[in-house]
Design a protein around this ligand. Structure first.
Ligand code: COI
Length: 356
């Protein structure tokens, strides 16, 4: 499939000053868009100036949330090369999410080409400073106008780009997280392990409550027993106990994060054993109390590696590592960002350069 290209006016293509970049507030001047109709398949791919999208008010996505998305990044390296981090894993997850939401698959090679072509056009918008990157947000949503609850016959696949800095206002400083026992994010057999908007919508109420209490994020427990730690919603979670790194096992309601997987592959190289297993909130709190829990951090594409300095459970606050960023957390942050910015050898072949 040929991608038709329509460029934005010169004025709109001027790159702004990226001094104070936050997350997801500014967008590059172009977007990718492609339609799906059941009798035609995916067709008419275009890159065009970023614009609003017209939707029928009965479009299925607006009522029944049939949609999926991804989040990946392109980095401007110290050698001037532009690198995508684990792009093929993100594309594979997009199709896995689509499968769960009954959305038609898209040829991975074509998604790769669409992302590369769009990023090449807007490559001047990739921030040239460590800690900042170009966030790539592919999304697919159901556009058929009908109020009947059914699988849509029509979709749009869109890719937008946003130059970003740190996800949390704390930057690389430790965040405070709040454990909710009242609400759940996902349940067995649900959609927790895929990237669909509904999971995030379901998390907002507890996040608002956590914010009001002065916490950055919510730590979710399992739906059945409200006992086992799952994830933070915007990131997966890791606990460093003495000489072992533990993260909750993927039981079906946890997002299989790409950064989570990168950490699991990396730590054995640093001589630290890592385990995926069920971990109860009581074990975490006990570890903080008896000082066997040395560090806690979250992982995510947006969040990268985010130290956690405080956990609130049942209205009691517990401080981890004196509220400071731990040594392992910093080491993993440096290692992963080192690979992303081309400072460290990419021993796992995780990066693909724009020129490849
Ligand atoms: C990401 O880390 O890419 C996500 O999609 C999480 C989102 C809350 C920003």
């Amino acid at each position: 499939m040929e991608i038709e290209i329509f460029l934005a006016e010169e004025e709109k293509r001027k790159v702004p000053n990226f001094e104070e970049l936050s997350f997801g507030k500014i967008f590059t001047p172009h977007m990718f868009i492609m339609k799906y109709e059941r009798n035609k398949g995916w067709h008419s791919p275009q890159i065009k100036p970023l614009s609003n999208i017209e939707l029928h008010p009965a479009a299925i996505v607006l009522h029944y949330s049939q949609s999926v998305f991804e989040g990946l990044k392109a980095y401007y390296g110290i050698d001037g090369k532009i690198r995508f981090f684990r792009i093929w894993d993100h594309i594979a997850r997009l199709n896995r999410s689509a499968e769960r939401l009954c959305i038609p698959q898209i040829d991975p090679d074509f998604v790769f080409r669409a992302i590369k072509t769009l990023v090449s056009i807007d490559k001047e918008w990739i921030p040239k400073k460590k800690g900042a990157a170009l966030y790539i947000r592919p999304l697919i949503f159901a556009t058929q106008p009908t109020l009947g609850l059914k699988v849509s016959c029509e979709y749009l696949f869109v890719i937008i780009l946003s130059p970003v800095g740190a996800y949390y206002k704390e930057g690389f400083n430790p965040v405070k997280i709040y454990v909710t026992t009242e609400y759940i994010r996902a349940c067995p057999g649900g959609t927790g392990e895929v990237k669909t908007g509904g999971n995030y919508a379901a998390s907002l109420k507890a996040q608002e409550l956590a914010h009001k209490k002065g916490y950055t994020q919510v730590l979710w427990l399992d739906a059945k027993e409200r006992k086992y730690v799952e994830e933070v919603g915007s990131m997966n979670i890791f606990f460093y106990f003495e000489n072992e790194l533990i993260t909750p096992a993927l039981t079906g309601s946890i997002l299989p994060g790409v950064t989570r997987d990168s950490v699991l592959k990396l730590v054995p190289k640093l001589g630290i054993p890592a385990k995926e297993r069920k971990i109860s909130i009581d074990e975490v709190i006990e570890g903080i109390k008896n000082n066997t829990l040395k560090e806690c951090f979250g992982t995510g594409t947006a969040a990268v590696i985010s130290p956690v300095g405080e956990i609130c459970y049942k209205d009691k606050s517990y401080i981890i590592n004196n509220g400071d960023t731990g040594e392992l957390t910093r080491m993993l942050f440096d290692y992963i960002t080192g690979i992303q910015y081309g400072e460290k050898e990419d021993i796992f072949n995780w990066t693909v350069t724009l020129e490849d």
